[in-house]
Design a protein around this ligand. Structure first.
Ligand code: UT7
Length: 324
């Protein structure tokens, strides 16, 4: 028998306020047609004044705990993926730990921007399978609206706020590709591309938060290739192939990236969970938001093989093969 990290519950949270493409067209030189045609995005959610990344994360975590029929007292590890923590420090994870009323366990953030949830899931999985922890909350939470230059039509139309969470618990399993839980995960990064997607400020340079800057076309070019390759690599590490996949649960940056990646893997777009139309790109929150949507509406069923994937600033990218 080996230890496997099994997802016992999922949860998500989106702020109430919705910003439509038409709303944006009133303030920058863009149109609903351009945004829908080039990205598939129709609307995004925006956090209210005073509503912090940790608040979004706590709301998603509570829903994931309820779905898992556990409480915060059962958790001994919190890993939060975010590029928009409430403060430079302490970590958003310790803020969430406190807001959940936890007084034990380990809590820390990981910074891998849009790939953050895959990084957080992989780190939590490693800690669970080695016995460093038993029950983990893995959270992706972002308020990217606060990093945007609202006068830059090339970026401000693409992002939104939200949070998603999963509860992972270590369980004994035979160690085959039929096991429930995380079967394999693969991460990559390549800092040569730091200047294609970045924030032009920070605590150790300008002393300000800065605004998001992106060379979208170049990021797009790398995305499909990197994502298809890491998905194939991850499935192979699990002894599986694309034909075994029931659902792709991707980072939601652009519908054309989702279509291009599915095509490269030989999978129909009907096998891809798409939420980009309603949420836009919520960075580290997008994969667990999409996962929670498809779990709650019944598309994802026990025994299904899922492939989670994301790519983001750094570049960073990764995938995880999960048996539901
Ligand atoms: O989550 C991290 C990963 N991020 C991504 O994966 C994002 C990847 N990139 C993309 O999704 C796409 O590259 C974008 C959606 C950002 C842009 O789409 P594109 O098809 O690559 O367009 P483009 O950047 O080549 O721009 C085409 C034209 C340009 O005008 P000219 O130079 O051809 O006259 C832009 O100025 O579209 C213009 N444009 C806009 N027009 C109306 C750029 N943004 C807008 C806009 N509304 N919002």
């Amino acid at each position: 028998m080996i230890r496997r990290s099994v997802i016992l519950g999922t949860g998500s949270y989106l702020p109430d306020r919705i910003l439509t493409n038409a709303d944006l067209a009133a303030s920058v030189d863009t149109t609903d047609e351009w945004i829908v045609e080039r990205t598939g995005i129709r609307q995004r959610h925006i956090a209210a004044d005073g509503e912090l990344t940790s608040d979004l994360g706590v709301a998603a975590a509570r829903r994931a705990l309820a779905a898992a029929r556990l409480t915060a007292d059962d958790v001994d590890l919190i890993v939060v993926a975010t590029a928009t923590p409430d403060q430079t420090f302490p970590s958003c994870a310790t803020v969430i730990q406190h807001k959940l009323g936890m007084v034990r366990g380990v809590a820390f953030d990981v910074a891998a921007v849009c790939s953050g949830f895959l990084y957080a899931l992989s780190v939590a999985d490693a800690m669970l399978v080695t016995g460093a922890a038993n029950t983990a909350l893995v959270i992706g939470a972002e308020t990217f609206s606060r990093l945007l230059d609202w006068s830059d039509r090339g970026t401000c139309v693409l992002f939104g706020d939200g949070a998603g969470a999963v509860v992972l618990r270590a369980e004994n399993a035979p160690g085959t590709s039929a096991d429930r839980g995380i079967l394999a995960s693969k991460l990559h990064s390549d800092g040569r591309y730091n200047d294609l997607l970045y924030v032009d400020g920070g605590p150790g340079s300008t002393g300000t938060v800065g605004k998001l800057r992106m060379k979208g076309r170049e990021v797009f070019r790398h995305a499909v290739t990197n994502l298809a390759s890491v998905m194939t690599e991850t499935l192979a590490a699990a002894g599986l192939a694309a034909t075994d996949v029931a659902w792709v649960v991707p980072h939601q940056a652009n519908l054309r990236i989702l279509e291009g990646t599915a095509k490269k893997l030989g999978l129909p777009i009907e096998r891809v969970i798409v939420t980009v139309d309603g949420h836009a790109n919520t960075s580290a929150a997008s994969v667990p938001l999409a996962l929670d949507a498809a779990v709650r509406d019944g598309r994802i069923k026990r025994g299904d093989l899922l492939i989670l994937e994301a790519m983001g600033g750094g570049f960073t990218w990764g995938a995880a093969a999960v048996r539901w």
